[in-house]
Design a protein around this ligand. Structure first.
Ligand SMILES: *[C@@H]1O[C@H](CO)[C@@H](O)[C@H](O)[C@H]1NC(C)=O
Ligand SMILES: *[C@@H]1O[C@H](CO)[C@@H](O)[C@H](O)[C@H]1NC(C)=O
Ligand SMILES: [Ca+2]
Ligand SMILES: [Ca+2]
Length: 491
C-alpha cells in the first residue's frame, strides 16, 4: 500500500486524505459485575463532532483536564493541515482544537496560539502544528508541536535557505500561555549549525511526551544529523539545562548506536521500572535503524546527556519496528513492560500485515527478554499506534489499545494485561465500520478519567479516505461529513 510510507516525516505525512474523523470513547457505567470478565466498551451510544474538511482533524488526540480558573474536561485534537487565520489566512499552518465533552457536533474551538508569522525569518505554511498533542493530565501542562516549522535565511534571495527545525508550544492547563516557560519558544535547533548533517532538519516534535514524574518533556527530533535523530529533554517549569542524546561519534561506543537514517525519536515514551525499579528510563523508536527498526532505552546522566543503555532490534526488514512505543505494567509485577509497534511488518504467506511486540520485562534482565508478537491482518497497519490506556476493566492489570487503521474501515484492538502478561486474544475490537468512518484508530489517547466516574476514558482518532484529496471543491462539499465522536459505555 503506497500511502503507508514508513516515513511519518516530510513526504510520508502528506497523505491524500481530505477528511479526518475522530471518535471519543468514554467509559461511563456505574455498575460493574464479576471483575475480569464481560467488561466492554459500548459502541451503541454515539456522538458526532465535526472539524474542518481537509484539516486532518484527529491526526492526534489527547484527553485533558483543566483545573483553573474552573474545572473543565477537554479532548484536545490536532488538525495539522488546518487553514490559518489572521495573518496566515492563505496558508495551512495547522491548529490545535479543544472540544468539550458534550453531545454537540460543532463546538470544538481553535486554541489561540501561534497567530503571527514573521515572513522574513520563518515559514509556517505546512508546518503541521498539531502533529502531536500530549497532556500531563489533571491540571497539568499541554504540549503540541509543528515538526515542519521552518527558519528562513536570506529571504527572497537566490541563496535563500529554509530549515525545517520544528518547534513546540507548552501551555498551562487552561490552554493559555500563563507561566514563564509557556509559549512557542521550544525550539532547540534554533541557533545551531543548520545543514542537514547538523540541526537544519531536526523536525523537533514529531513525537513528544511528558515524563510520568511530570518533571520533564521529552522531544523527538528524528531529522537531526542526517536522519540519525536526536532526543531533547527539558523541564516545563524550570529554566534548567537541556538534556540531549549523544553527538555522532567516529569512535566506536560501548553501546551499539543507531546510524544515519535511523529516525531516532520518531516515537518517545518514558517510565520507571524498565531498566531498574526506581530510575526513569527513556524509550525512543528508531523505525529505520539498520533497515529493521530499533527501540533504544536510555538513561540520563549527571552531565545532561541521555545515554543509550539497550537497543532492541526489529526482526524483519522494513517492518518499521519502533514506529510507535508504549509502556505499561501488564502483569503487575512492578516491572514496566514495553509495547512496540511495527506497522509495516509483512508476511505474505501467513497473511500478516503489521505487528506489535510485547516485551514482558524480565526484572530488568533484558538480555532474557523474548517478545510476544501480536499479528495484524494483511495491509492493516496494525501497530501504527500503541497506547497504554490504563486499567480499562479494573482488574488490576494494565491494558493496551492497538490501532490498525487499514483493517477494513479501521479497528482498535483492546488487549488485557494479566497475571501471565498479556491475553493475546483481544478482549474487544472497535470497528470503524460500526461508526461509519474510515481509517479508524489512527490516534488513541487513554488512561485518564475525564468524566470523573473513576473509569479511564479513551479517545480514538480516525482518518477518512472515502474522498481522496483531489481539490478544494471536493473538500468543501464533504465538509459537512466532518468528524464523528462516539461514546462507549462499559457494560
Ligand atoms: C544489521 O543488519 C545486518 C543484516 O541485515 C546484520 O548482519 C547486523 O548484525 C545488523 N546490525 C546490528 C547492529 O544489529
Ligand atoms: C503471530 O504469528 C506468528 C507466526 O507468523 C506466530 O508464531 C505467533 O504465535 C502469532 N501470534 C499470536 C499472538 O498468535
Ligand atoms: Ca510487568
Ligand atoms: Ca485490565
Amino acid at each position: 500500500m503506497s500511502v503507508c510510507s514508513t516515513q511519518r516525516g516530510t513526504a510520508g505525512l502528506h497523505r491524500p486524505w481530505s477528511l479526518i474523523h475522530w471518535l471519543l470513547l468514554l467509559c461511563t457505567a456505574l455498575v460493574l459485575t464479576s471483575p475480569g470478565s464481560g467488561f466492554n466498551l459500548d459502541t451503541t451510544d454515539t456522538l458526532t463532532k465535526r472539524g474542518e474538511g481537509g484539516s486532518f482533524f484527529g491526526f492526534s488526540v489527547a484527553l485533558h483536564q483543566q483545573v483553573t480558573p474552573e474545572p473543565h474536561s477537554w479532548i484536545l485534537v490536532g488538525a495539522p493541515q488546518a487553514r490559518g487565520h489572521k495573518a496566515q489566512q492563505n496558508s495551512r499552518p495547522g491548529a490545535l482544537y479543544r472540544c468539550p465533552i458534550s453531545a454537540k457536533a460543532h463546538d470544538c474551538e481553535r486554541v489561540d496560539i501561534d497567530g503571527d508569522v514573521e515572513t522574513d525569518r520563518e515559514s509556517k505554511d505546512n508546518q503541521w502544528l498539531g502533529v502531536t498533542v500530549k497532556s500531563q493530565g489533571i491540571g497539568g501542562k499541554v504540549v503540541t508541536c509543528a515538526h515542519l516549522y521552518e527558519l528562513r535565511q536570506r529571504v527572497r534571495e537566490p541563496s535563500e535557505t529554509r530549515d525545517p527545525i520544528g518547534r513546540c508550544y507548552v501551555l498551562s492547563d487552561d490552554l493559555t500561555e500563563r507561566d514563564d516557560l509557556d509559549g512557542g519558544e521550544w525550539k532547540f535547533c534554533e541557533g545551531r549549525p543548520q545543514t542537514h548533517e547538523q540541526f537544519g532538519f531536526c523536525q523537533q516534535g514529531l513525537a513528544a511526551s511528558f515524563t510520568p514524574d511530570n518533571n520533564f518533556i521529552l522531544f523527538g527530533a528524528p531529522g537531526t544529523y542526517n536522519w540519525k535523530g536526536l532526543l531533547f529533554m527539558a523541564s516545563p517549569v524550570e529554566d534548567a539545562l537541556v538534556y540531549k542524546t549523544l553527538e555522532p561519534s567516529h569512535r566506536p561506543s560501548i553501546f551499539e548506536d543507531v546510524a544515519q537514517n535511523s529516525y531516532l525519536g520518531f516515537s518517545v515514551d518514558s517510565a520507571k521500572g524498565l531498566l531498574s525499579r526506581a530510575e526513569l528510563t527513556f524509550v525512543a523508536g528508531a523505525p529505520r535503524a539498520n533497515h529493521t527498526g530499533a527501540v533504544v532505552l536510555l538513561r540520563k546522566d549527571n552531565v545532561y546527556r541521555l545515554v543509550p543503555k539497550l537497543i532492541l532490534w526489529g526482526e524483519e526488514l522494513a517492518s518499521s519496528f519502533g514506529y510507535s512505543v508504549a509502556t505499561a505494567d501488564l502483569n503487575q509485577d512492578g516491572w514496566t513492560d514495553l509495547i512496540v509497534g511495527a506497522p509495516n511488518f509483512f508476511d505474505r504467506k501467513a497473511e500478516i500485515g503489521g505487528a506489535v511486540y510485547v516485551y514482558l520485562n524480565p526484572s530488568g534482565h533484558w538480555e532474557e527478554a523474548r517478545p510476544i508478537r501480536l499479528n495484524g491482518t494483511h495491509d492493516s497497519m496494525f501497530g501504527l499506534t500503541v497506547n497504554s490506556v490504563g486499567d480499562l476493566d479494573q482488574d488490576g492489570y494494565g491494558d493496551i489499545a492497538v490501532g490498525a487503521p487499514f483493517d477494513g474501515d479501521g479497528k482498535v484492538f483492546i488487549f488485557r494485561g494479566s497475571e501471565y502478561g498479556i491475553d493475546t486474544k483481544p478482549s474487544q475490537v472497535l470497528d470503524g465500520a460500526d461508526a461509519g468512518v474510515k481509517q479508524f484508530g489512527y490516534s488513541i489517547s487513554g488512561g485518564l478519567d475525564i468524566d470523573g466516574n473513576s473509569y479511564p476514558d479513551m479517545a480514538v482518532g480516525s482518518l477518512n479516505d472515502q474522498v481522496v484529496l483531489t481539490g478544494e471543491t471536493q473538500c468543501r462539499r464533504d465538509k459537512e461529513d466532518g468528524s464523528h465522536m462516539f461514546y462507549y459505555l462499559i457494560h
